[in-house]
Design a protein around this ligand. Structure first.
Ligand SMILES: Nc1ncnc2c1ncn2[C@@H]1O[C@H](COP(=O)(O)OP(=O)(O)O)[C@@H](O)[C@H]1O
Ligand SMILES: [Mg+2]
Length: 259
């Protein structure tokens, strides 16, 4: 949040102040951030009931832009989900629509930290298939951002579902979505095909295409097959790691390309 490129980014929560508080014998750090009048993205979608699909697409794009900025700085969010995105009034005017900002960097990883072995923690339900096998097969450092990309795909799906938990659509049995009975690959296939089914139900063509594209680019069992946000016009001087090649580009889903 203090990093120059992220400070002031419209889709990342701004830190207003920080400090330390004393609690018994411990000194605990705290930060102060803007208060969100609409709460988390899950709160917002649940309370508003039927947010229009083009507005949902805009909110998902906000999260994508925030995540892209984070990734381009060599950081991994580590726990992307609707609860870790806050909704604000765009430009302070309640009539101007809403804007989504990523928050809660408690599980974030800095890829430049070579002192520690980096493990992706996340939340089981939103973790990519490879996160489950980290003990046996550690995730290469340059592939950790791909775990965020998987979580981003699920976030987009839950936005489309008005904040409903995606796994309700896959199977009612907890064991199944906990992936104890399915291989990572068949789980991913099931997730992708069900998400694509949700996109097919969207009546408006452009948002339907956008969500379909997001699902295809993100909900792939192989991390290399997920987008790397390579479309970002990232200045070469900014530190980043190679995220692996991807055939996908978010450029085709940018609103300015659709005029
Ligand atoms: N700036 C904020 N405005 C409104 N609600 C917030 C704000 N920050 C956090 N919250 C609420 O508190 C919850 C927990 O905050 P978060 O930063 O995600 O910490 P953690 O998940 O580590 O407890 C959020 O899911 C949200 O409901
Ligand atoms: Mg949180």
């Amino acid at each position: 949040m203090c990093y120059e490129h992220l400070r002031g980014h419209p889709n990342i929560i701004s830190m207003l102040a920080y400090g330390w508080r004393h609690e018994r014998h411990a000194i605990l750090p705290y930060i102060i951030v803007d208060y969100s009048p609409h709460g988390t993205l899950r709160d917002y979608l649940t309370n508003e009931k039927s947010v229009k699909t083009y507005r949902k697409r805009r909110l998902v794009m906000d999260v994508g832009k925030g995540l892209e900025a984070l990734h381009s700085c060599g950081a991994v969010h580590g726990d992307l989900k609707l609860e870790n995105v806050l909704v604000f009034n765009r430009s302070g005017d309640p009539q101007a629509g809403r804007i989504a900002k990523i928050c809660d960097f408690g599980h974030s990883l800095l890829l430049s930290n070579y002192e520690e072995e980096l493990k992706y923690r996340g939340t089981a339900l939103y973790n990519a298939p490879e996160v489950r096998n980290q003990r046996q097969a550690p995730i290469p450092r340059n592939m950790l951002r791909k775990c965020d990309i998987w979580a981003f795909g699920l976030l987009a799906w839950e936005v489309l579902l008005d904040g409903e938990i995606y796994s309700n659509r896959i199977h009612n049995d907890y064991e199944i979505y906990d992936r104890t009975q399915l291989s990572g690959e068949s789980h991913a296939k099931q997730v992708l095909s069900t998400a694509l089914g949700s996109a097919r139900e969207v009546p408006d063509e452009i948002p339907a295409l956008y969500f379909r594209g997001v699902f295809l680019m993100t909900l792939q069992s192989k991390p290399q097959a997920r987008t790397a946000f390579l479309s970002s016009n990232r200045p070469a001087a900014r530190p980043h790691l190679d995220m692996g090649k991807s055939d996908w580009s978010f450029d085709m889903f940018r609103p300015e390309r659709q005029k």
